[in-house]
Design a protein around this ligand. Structure first.
Ligand code: RP5
Length: 165
């Protein structure tokens, strides 16, 4: 029996309540057959676990982290502070403020500690961006990304064709 491939992307979130948003990142990685792991690592309620996760991520073989959180969304930035890996932040919208609080918490990082912030609830793009990060050193994965981009162009063109018909 062959072993499951080791995860190369870590998808983490502040609460399991973030999963309905974050699931789209996992689906994007599935589409490109990129192995990943999923965990809840709250910046405020699991401080020591969160620091340990960030500190150990690169050594465990992960190549990129996708971190989602809502409200006072400190998880992506705190992870970026303790890992050399690229961190992609996903602002999760909560009941109030339409996700602006999450967005601003994640995007306004101090110089020197970057978080690649996607749109509010933009977990699919977070997954696709992680694929691109990996594809920089993986020609086969890069080829699949080009095919995906071509399919987007074809879909958009078809929509235009249907409107004109
Ligand atoms: C944040 O608080 C989490 O990322 C989540 O978006 C939000 C609410 O968490 P729960 O109260 O649903 O656990 O830290």
């Amino acid at each position: 029996m062959s072993e499951a491939p080791s995860p190369v992307v870590g998808i983490v979130m502040g609460s399991d309540s973030d999963w309905p948003v974050m699931e789209a990142a996992a689906k994007a990685l599935d589409e490109f057959a990129v192995p990943y792991e999923v965990d809840v690592v709250s910046a405020h309620r699991m401080v020591h676990e969160m620091i340990a996760y960030g500190e150990q991520a690169a050594g465990r073989g992960l190549k990129a982290l996708i971190a989602g959180a809502g409200g006072a969304a400190h998880l992506p930035g705190m992870l970026a502070a303790v890992t050399p890996l690229p961190v992609i932040g996903v602002p999760v919208p909560l009941k109030y403020l339409d996700g602006m609080d999450s967005l601003l918490s994640i995007v306004q990082m101090p110089a020197g500690v970057p978080v690649a912030t996607v749109s509010v609830a933009g977990a699919r793009n977070a997954g696709l961006l992680a694929v691109r990060v990996l594809a920089a050193h993986d020609a086969e994965l890069r080829e699949r990304m080009v095919e995906f981009q071509t399919s987007l162009t074809e879909q958009a063109t078809e929509k235009g064709d249907r409107l004109r018909a």
